[in-house]
Design a binder for this molecule. Structure first.
Ligand code: ADP
Ligand code: MG
Length: 492
């Protein structure tokens, strides 16, 4: 505090002028009131902020205190007059136009040379905009919090070092880990990645680190109790204000039930294909049995060369065995097992199975296999099922018999192309557009599942299906699948 006494008359005058200039040009509204609460002066910023000119209010009480706060302010002014100072008080003030604004006020006593309090000075800053921004931020934070907490999918947020920072309620429910147990752990040290997909998981982290966003990656995770869980993982970087990456949010959608339903559909299709095949198979088995019976009768009566009969009978029994084993493959839900398999061998086995039915319907299979690598890394049963579905569709489209061509050729170093070409009834445009929708069938005893299941299987094998068809001319199904090239493994 400086006083006239300490500075001397002239210096005191200079300092006073300086201070008045500071008040005059201050961006904050400043007012001075005397001991009787009447306004001594206000600065231009006050006039701008509240709308009253100095002349309007000098000599009267401060006009901008809302009625409901008047009593509080009187009490506050009383305390300031006892020597208190109030800094950064947030409150409401009313402007001349009636609009209420939020301000931050600092009030302090004014003393005379003797130190006696002779009035109060106030400094006010408009913080309405700041408050709105704060409120907006709060709202947005609350929305986000509620979005995270109430999301049905499990959400995990980890920092750029993959340390878990938080998980939501769904995460706790789905995985069985509580927030307290998992926060602070490195995501890779939480035992929720099964050993056999660990490499894949690290690869995904690597992709994230390279700035990629993951969308709907299908994989497996473990619950706390060790139970496996089919999940769809999505992950996105969370950017900081400088645009840098400082965290990731990872979402896990539990697709176990969906997977089960899909499995169920595949199985019911398997059974129905088996059912449809039953007639053909019964026929196929009856023929060798009849011939075996005949030979047994011949042998009983002592005719002919027995060795030749044995050979024929053995080969007939082997044929029955083959058919029965194929039927079992179809009827029984199989564990999915990926192995290198020669597509030509699989196709020949499928054709052998369908041959008798084709003969009954006067349909001829023609195979055109171009030379080249023809190994796939696949599940044998599933791939066979795909060919059975497509070839059966082709057979069913040819009421009057005809030819089905099955072609194999390599498309590139990586891909093989399999074509199934029929000259049947073709597919009308409106049906073609709906192909692949479950239960879409034009047949009285059709399931409308075959195409969909086949497409899923091929896509699971990283392949593609293309259908072209002309009504009355025929249909071509083109299947592209990746070639398996690790021959070392094939030999081993
Ligand atoms: P489903 O054979 O039980 O009807 P799919 O899913 O196998 O079920 O086939 C769906 C429909 O697509 C069939 O009902 C048929 O109308 C049509 N379709 C499929 N393949 C062919 C084909 N090769 N020729 C003519 N129509 C076909
Ligand atoms: Mg079908």
């Amino acid at each position: 505090m400086f006083t006239q006494r300490l500075l001397g008359e002239e210096a005191y005058h200079v300092r006073t002028v300086q201070l008045l200039s500071v008040i005059e040009h201050n961006a904050d509204a400043i007012w001075l009131i005397d001991a009787a609460d009447t306004v001594i002066d206000v600065n231009p910023a006050f006039e701008t902020l509240f709308g009253w000119s100095a002349e309007d209010i000098i000599g009267s009480r401060l006009p901008m205190i809302p009625d409901y706060l008047k009593a509080d302010m009187d009490e506050l002014h009383r305390r300031i007059r006892t020597g208190e100072t109030v800094v950064g008080m947030e409150t409401i003030r009313e402007r001349k136009d009636g609009k209420w604004i939020e301000v931050e006020a600092t009030l302090s006593p004014i003393r005379d040379q003797t130190g006696m309090i002779i009035g109060i000075t106030g400094i006010c800053r408009d913080i309405t905009a700041k408050k709105h921004a704060q409120h907006d931020l709060q709202m947005r934070t609350m929305q986000l919090e509620s979005f995270i907490d109430n999301n049905a999918d499990a959400i995990l947020i980890c920092n750029d070092q993959f340390i878990v920072e938080r998980v939501n309620h769904a995460f706790e429910m789905i995985f069985g880990w509580s927030q307290e147990e998992i926060v602070g752990l490195n995501i890779h040290s939480v035992p929720f990645v099964p050993a056999d997909v660990m490499a894949e998981s690290r690869q995904l982290s690597e992709r994230l680190r390279n700035g990629e966003t993951l969308r709907g990656v299908e994989t497996v995770r473990l619950r706390k109790n060790g139970e496996g869980l089919n999940v769809m993982v999505s992950a996105t970087p969370i950017l900081n204000t400088r645009g840098g990456n400082h965290a990731w949010s990872v979402t896990y959608q539990d697709i176990t039930n969906w997977k089960l339903a899909q499995e169920h559909m595949k199985n019911s299709e398997k059974l129905s294909v088996a059912g449809q095949l039953a007639a053909g198979i019964a026929h196929e088995i009856r023929n060798p049995i009849t011939s075996i019976k005949g030979f047994i009768q011949l042998m009983r009566s002592g005719y002919g060369e027995k060795q030749k009969y044995f050979d024929i009978m053995t080969s007939e029994i082997e044929r029955i065995e083959l058919i029965l084993s194929e039927l079992l493959l179809l009827a029984k839900p199989q564990l999915i097992k990926y192995e290198p398999k020669d597509i030509r061998v699989l196709l020949s086995q499928v054709l052998a199975l369908l041959d008798s039915q084709a003969n009954l319907k006067n349909i001829q299979f023609v195979t055109e296999y171009k030379p080249g690598v023809s190994h796939l890394y696949c599940d044998e049963n599933q791939i066979k099922q795909v060919f059975i579905n497509f070839i059966k569709n082709a057979m069913e489209s040819m009421a009057d018999g005809g030819m089905i061509r099955i072609q194999i050729q390599s498309l590139s170093e990586q891909d093989i192309l399999i074509r199934i070409v029929d000259d049947g009834c073709g597919i009308p445009k409106d049906i073609l557009a709906k192909l692949g929708q479950p239960f879409m069938t034009t047949k009285q005893n059709g399931t409308g599942l075959g195409f969909m299941v086949s497409k899923t299987i091929i896509e699971n094998h990283s392949g593609q299906i293309k259908v072209s068809s002309v009504e009355g001319v025929g249909t071509t199904i083109e299947i592209t699948l990746p070639i398996y090239t690790d021959l070392a493994l094939l030999v081993g």
